[in-house]
Design a protein around this ligand. Structure first.
Ligand code: 3HC
Length: 693
């Protein structure tokens, strides 16, 4: 018998328990064990019904993602599902934890399903650039109807057990702590009442009303066009559900199979599967084990109640952690507090939080203009002006106020944490916690490890990040850390190309078509040109636009003109003249560039900078750089981030293009030695490790 299968018979009911940590993913071993359990129960004269359940923390969490792209060994998932559905005795799925993807598809092949109240079920394949490939697109609509299936499968969002009961996805809820016994009792009742073997494939009462209803699908496509842009899987999912509604079951299954295989072979899915594992890697730090001690953080202090400080504070208020909020004067403090209140009120109006959550969260703020109020906090995050002398002064003061063992963090986006730490007598307690704007929304947190940062200070920040719903990426000290540093070269090249005569609109279009939400010039107009160039005295197109009263969308327009609804009406002739004047003044040679050239010029330097970040040991691994760009800059997830994308393009091609740029434009484009090395050896940036710091 398979080692991961436990088989027993109790009161006429066979119980097949599969236990394959961590999440019972349907690997070859798990599939074999399920088939063995069902076959044995089918042939067992003592068994009149079968319960399939899992040991450990969850019911099957889906197909084993690490097996995708490798040779498929039998029994396949389809073999498993056929064995279950064809069983002559009623089969009951007993669900706890998360029945996801292939896990839910397996449950949908069982004749009945029971779940504990805390269970969740869903088909999240879309997040991997896939569709449910084991009948999910055909069976789920037969239970919940086409409209609900479209929502559930294209969003990938799981539903709770109660909703699953209400929609018929599960037949009964059972006791939270008595799943096994209750599932057996449920199966016994099936035996006693001679209940039929209910096969979802045979049902059509929920789909027949939509047969031939093309409007339902067209409207769904239209309503989600923006959200689905660039992704392949949603459209394939819609096609499968159309097939479920309009075609006989077996034909629908064939359609699902064909489209699943097409997606499995796509670049987009390869990227999204890479991201799935990359996201889980970022928490792993070679010299700090996952269960390393962390410091207790019961109260947080935030210095600075501006946009950044306020956003940072909200992360903690959201999870019920009190925040002491510090500003220099009462007016700025009150302004900061009222912005936070406004944000919460907007969320409540949109139904994102409950109305009484606004007050609950606001009451957790202790506003103060006196830094000594920070004496009671366990973690202080400083978010004041980005000037080293000011940071040092703040940390020096903090050193005299904060309790022993408190973590002192800076939200600096490019200054040296080591230098800031040196302003205190406890550099081991100092780290960077770099949030991305808006800090209450963007999912990235760069945790910056200084030369002297204590391991438990780092692990506390990494753990806290997860609690506040952020993905933490560890960075060593270096200018701009990871995300800002690699992405800033894209901005540099965009500005340079514009001076060479390339239209800002072409650059924005190429970046949008690549999959970003907007291009660099649209972004600058949105953020405000006065904000962009604030710290520089150099004469640039942006500074000249500001001088001409063009601050961006908020005032006068920027690179683009806007109508009264802030809709762009085209590139501004004033901006174009400014570009021409600055270019002429600097004597920049003019040239044309096609879309491929524009993309290479903007993004190959990002790849190159990533290679430098790795070689310097600023990032732990190539995949961390990808996650930082995806979570901090909305790099399109179906491209996998700059490192994975570069691997897909071919590192050799990138090196030769960079050399061409180097010849024409100078040494800033010289390929990083690590990039050249990997290109020569056939290595991958996405799999590369950072140099040990
Ligand atoms: N295949 C392989 N490994 C998986 C896996 C899967 N489906 N799901 C999780 N794992 C691994 C993770 O990589 C991680 O490994 P690590 O410890 O070595 O880093 C470990 O299991 C634990 O995972 P998490 O850290 O994510 O644990 P959580 O408790 O936070 O979350 C979970 C558990 C909700 C199950 C989450 O892991 C999850 O969402 N998993 C993916 C579910 C999914 O996408 N299923 C669909 C798969 S595709 C499919 O089924 C195709 C079919 O239609 C044909």
């Amino acid at each position: 018998m398979s080692e991961i299968l436990n088989y027993s018979v109790e009161n006429d009911v066979a119980v097949a328990t599969i236990d394959s940590p961590p999440v019972n993913a349907l690997s070859h071993a798990v599939r074999s064990a399920v088939v063995e359990g069902v076959t044995r129960a089918g042939a067992d004269p003592k068994a009149k019904a079968v319960v399939i359940r899992c040991g450990g923390r969850t019911f099957f969490a889906g197909a084993d993602i690490s097996e995708f792209g490798k040779e498929i060994r039998t029994p396949t998932l389809h073999d498993v599902l056929e064995a279950i559905e064809a069983c002559a005795k009623p089969v009951v799925a007993a669900i706890h934890g998360t029945a996801l993807g292939g896990g839910l598809e397996l449950a949908l092949c069982c004749h009945y399903r029971v779940a504990v109240p805390s269970a969740k079920v869903g088909l999240p394949e879309v997040a991997l650039g896939l569709l449910p490939g084991a009948g999910g697109t055909q069976r789920l609509p037969r239970i919940v109807g086409a409209a609900a299936a479209l929502d559930m499968i294209t969003s990938g969002k799981p539903i709770g057990a109660q909703q699953a009961l209400e929609t018929g996805v599960v037949d009964a809820l059972v006791g939270e702590t008595s799943l096994r016994a209750d599932a057996i009792a449920f199966a016994q009742k099936l035996i006693d009442t001679k209940a039929p073997l209910k096969r979802v494939r045979d049902r059509d009462e929920k789909i027949k009303a939509d047969r031939g209803n093309t409007k339902l699908f067209d409207e769904f496509r239209k309503a989600h066009a923006r959200e689905f842009r660039g992704f392949k899987a949603p459209e394939s999912i819609i096609k499968c559900i159309e097939a479920a509604v309009n075609l006989p079951f077996n034909e629908g299954m064939k359609r699902e199979r064909d489209l699943f295989l097409e997606l499995l072979a796509s670049k987009e899915s390869a990227a999204q599967r890479y991201v799935f594992f990359a996201e889980r890697q970022t928490a792993k730090i070679p010299d700090i084990p996952a269960d390393a001690p962390v410091r207790d953080v019961k109260r947080v202090g935030v210095i600075g109640a501006g946009t950044m400080g306020g956003g940072i504070a909200m992360n903690f208020l959201n999870i019920g952690v009190p925040v002491t909020l510090i500003e220099q004067n009462e007016e700025a403090l009150q302004r900061g507090v009222s912005v936070i209140r406004g944000n919460y009120e907007t969320s409540a109006k949109k139904g994102k939080i409950k109305p009484d959550d606004v007050e609950k969260r606001m009451q957790l703020i202790a506003p103060s203009t006196d830094m000594s109020a920070l004496a009671q906090t366990d973690l202080v995050i400083e978010a004041v002006y980005e000037t080293m002398s000011i940071k040092k002064e703040v940390f020096g003061k903090l050193d005299g106020i904060a309790r022993k063992g408190a973590i002192l963090a800076s939200n600096t986006s490019y200054l040296s944490i080591d230098e800031i730490a040196a302003a205190t007598t406890r550099p081991e307690d100092v780290i960077g916690m770099h949030f991305f704007s808006p800090a209450n929304v963007m999912p990235l947190l760069e945790v910056v490890r200084g030369r002297k940062s204590a391991k438990d200070a780092v692990s506390t920040a990494m753990t806290l990040a997860k609690k506040i719903g952020k993905t933490a990426v560890l960075s060593r000290v270096g200018p701009g850390f990871i995300a800002n540093r690699v992405m800033s070269v894209r901005g540099r090249e965009a500005n340079a190309m514009v001076l060479e005569g390339v239209s800002p609109a072409d650059i924005d279009r190429v970046i949008y078509d690549y999959g970003f939400a907007m291009g660099p010039f649209q972004m600058m107009d949105l953020v405000g040109l006065d904000v962009i160039g604030r710290d520089s005295n150099v004469k640039t197109v942006a500074s000249e636009l500001v001088r001409a009263g063009r601050l961006g969308q908020k005032k006068g327009g920027g690179y683009y003109d806007y109508d009264e609804n802030r809709k762009p009406t085209g590139l501004s002739p004033v901006a174009l003249k400014i570009i021409r004047d600055v270019a002429a003044e600097r004597g920049v040679p003019q040239r044309r560039a096609d879309d491929a050239e524009i993309l290479a010029r903007l993004l190959y330097p990002v790849v190159n900078e990533g290679a430098k970040v790795l070689a310097e040991g600023v990032a732990l691994r190539g995949s961390d750089i990808d996650i930082a760009c995806i979570k901090g800059y909305n790099w399109p997830v179906y491209r996998g981030g700059p490192m994975h994308w570069a691997d897909a393009v071919g590192l050799g091609d990138i090196v030769s293009k960079l050399k061409e740029f180097e010849k024409r434009l100078g040494e800033a484009f010289a390929p990083a030695p690590l990039l050249e090395k990997l290109a020569k050896e056939g290595g991958r940036l996405g799999a590369a490790q950072g140099a040990s710091a």
